[in-house]
Design a protein around this ligand. Structure first.
Ligand SMILES: [Zn+2]
Length: 355
């Protein structure tokens, strides 16, 4: 993975950060290229007063937004910095404030620090960036208008999904989707839709097995409290097309589907490996005494799926358990939604601990 810098980096903090980043990237054998268009990883300077995106040529380019921050609102970094991550269309944002640790922000609402006073901080920072930047996204959808007519109105499972999502919304576990269309200038929104096919940014999802390894799953970027229409915001996932690196979705002919949740590839992997699992719920919340993944891979990557599967493989009861996704949330497995909800009720912490 080669890398590039994009932007001026001419404040004292950013000049210094840039040279440390270059040193540690070089030390790990990554080559710097002068052309950000050719790089797998782009460090892109984001101006707080005028955040602009780096125009990726493809989804595979991982963009780290780098911000010279005045450190205002230090106690609430998400409020101060999340809008900059969104406006700059970054996969990860690093904010450097004077006399402060670096703050890192992820699209999953993760926020954590790297202390630049510690002796190994460059290495620590590298370990926070490289695994994420080199992970593989699977977020394309291929829609086939071949959903059998008997499924057009859904099944008892899609009815259960509707009810479960309303319950979770009542418990305040489904924050409203980030209003991307209202936040981004129209040309940036169009760029995001073209490169990633994304129309919204939402948090959490539900899925349930149909037959074999096919499953129903909530759509991406929609208000989960209101899902209910098959082939629009509840999608039928047929499988994963490895050659096209895309999820294959069956829809009713003539319908106008949203994209399926970005986590579909992980859920697909779990249903394949664990035939005893009937349903999955993912929320951005936490629970005491659960195992957690070691790395906060981005949603919708092969690596995130593998990390989740590994935790499930180690669990004595993978069919009815709850695993933590570091700095992100939990995924609960069970035979069906009512069973999972019974085990979640009253045990959820809305604050995800940040590590
Ligand atoms: Zn999530």
């Amino acid at each position: 993975m080669n890398y590039a810098f994009h932007g001026d980096f001419d404040t004292p903090q950013l000049r210094s950060l840039k040279s440390h980043l270059a040193d540690i990237m070089d030390a790990h054998g990554h080559a710097q290229t002068p052309d950000p268009g050719q790089a797998g990883l782009v460090f892109h300077e984001v101006l707080p007063e005028r955040p602009r995106p780096f125009r990726r040529m493809s989804q595979a380019t991982f963009v780290v937004g780098v911000v010279a921050w005045n450190g205002e609102a230090w106690e609430t970094p998400l409020q101060a910095l999340y809008p900059l991550l969104v406006r700059s269309l970054s996969n990860l944002t690093i904010a450097a404030a004077p006399h402060r640790p670096l703050v890192l922000i992820t699209p999953e609402l993760g926020h954590y620090t790297v202390d630049i006073e510690s002796p190994d901080w460059e290495q620590n920072l590298y370990e926070r960036i490289a695994p994420l930047a080199s992970s593989h996204l699977v977020i394309d959808n291929i829609f086939d208008p071949d959903l059998p007519e008997s499924l057009w109105a859904g099944t008892s499972v899609t009815q259960d999904m509707r009810e479960a999502s309303r319950r979770l919304a009542d418990w305040d576990l489904f924050p409203s989707p980030y209003p991307l269309a209202d936040t981004l200038p129209p040309e940036d929104y169009k760029h995001l839709k073209r490169v990633f096919g994304i129309g919204g940014l939402s948090y959490g999802n539900l899925s349930a097995r149909h037959e074999g390894n096919t499953f129903w799953m909530s759509a991406s970027g929609v208000d989960k409290a209101k899902i209910g229409t098959v082939s629009e915001d509840i999608l039928f996932v047929k499988g994963y097309d490895a050659e096209a690196r895309a999820m294959r979705i069956s829809i009713q002919p003539g319908s106008r589907p949203h994209r399926v949740s970005v986590d579909a590839v992980e859920h697909w992997g779990i249903y394949q490996r664990h035939p005893e699992i009937g349903a999955l719920i993912h929320i951005h919340a936490w629970m005491e005494d659960i195992p957690s993944t070691a790395m906060n891979y981005p949603c919708g990557t092969v690596e995130m799926g593998d990390a989740m599967s590994e935790l499930l493989d180690q669990d004595p009861h993978p069919e009815r358990t709850i695993i933590g996704l570091k700095n992100h949330g939990i995924t609960a497995t069970g035979p069906n939604f009512p069973d999972i909800l019974r085990r979640l009720e009253g045990r959820i912490r809305t604050q995800v601990p940040m590590m």
